[in-house]
Design a protein around this ligand. Structure first.
Ligand code: FPP
Length: 238
């Protein structure tokens, strides 16, 4: 079990393997995504009850648009249903809902539900639940660079003022701390364009378990492994 003082403040998750989970059972891929929502619910409630400060879930990447149109449509429908259905649970658990990514590229009806969740949970003081939607790490950095360049062009910022601290202020995640722990399900050893800037010193934990099977006990495994890690940030431990 974990020592409480070594719980990660911010957990980010690449929820992978919904398709493989479905294929193994000769089911349609979308059934994998539907089951995946159950894991989202369980892991969110578990993190909130453990007083994790932030949970960031990679729910839809910029690259995911290249999937068959029907899968993208069903994912958007699932997302909308999730946003509506989970609203009372989010509020009941004192969770503050937020998003990162190019939200204006999502269907209008999905954007509306996102806005409602953000607005209604605005004053909550518990865990922050952040969904990465239409998100790409490189896009995030490019978007930040563009906004920064504009400020320089408009004379609001000088070149000398640009350092890592300043740059961070232009990212989607400017108000957030960097993830302490990044969990990836379904075994792939890559970061898939997720939070590229923010995971510089994040501890990685990969499990072969597919996302729809990922439950509390797997989260516990990740947390006890994290508790044993020695974080050095490039320095030395005495
Ligand atoms: C990866 O599985 C998962 C996704 C592309 C999206 C994650 C979406 C969900 C968990 C459901 C919707 C989420 C919310 C928050 C409502 P994959 O399809 O890439 O699996 P595969 O690699 O096995 O094909």
């Amino acid at each position: 079990m974990n020592e409480n003082n070594k719980l990660p403040g911010h957990i980010a998750i690449i929820m992978d393997g919904n398709g493989r989970w479905a294929r193994k059972r000769s089911l349609n891929r979308i059934r994998g995504h539907i089951e995946g929502v159950k894991s989202v619910r369980e892991i969110t409630e578990e993190c909130a009850s453990k007083h994790i400060k932030q949970l960031t879930l990679y729910a839809f990447s910029r690259e995911n648009w290249s999937r068959p149109r029907i899968e993208v449509e069903l994912l958007m429908r699932l997302l909308k249903r999730y946003l509506i259905k989970e609203r009372p649970t989010i509020l009941k658990n004192n969770i503050r809902f937020t998003v990162i990514g190019r939200i204006d590229g999502l269907p209008k009806d999905v954007q509306r539900e996102i806005e409602i969740n953000i607005e209604e949970s605005r004053h909550n003081t518990g865990m922050v639940l952040c969904l990465a939607l239409n998100y790409g790490g490189r896009t995030e950095i490019v978007d930040a660079a563009k906004r920064l360049a504009k400020e320089v062009k408009d004379g609001k910022l000088s070149l000398e003022e640009i350092d890592e601290e300043t740059f961070k202020n232009y990212l989607y995640t400017s108000e957030m701390t960097d993830p302490d722990l990044l969990i990836r399900t379904a075994g792939e050893m890559r970061v898939s364009n997720f939070l590229l800037w923010e995971i510089s010193y994040t501890e990685l934990w990969v499990t072969p378990v597919c996302w729809p099977d990922f439950r509390k006990k797997h989260l516990e495994e990740a947390l006890s492994d994290y508790a044993k890690r020695e974080r050095r940030y490039g320095g030395l431990i005495e």
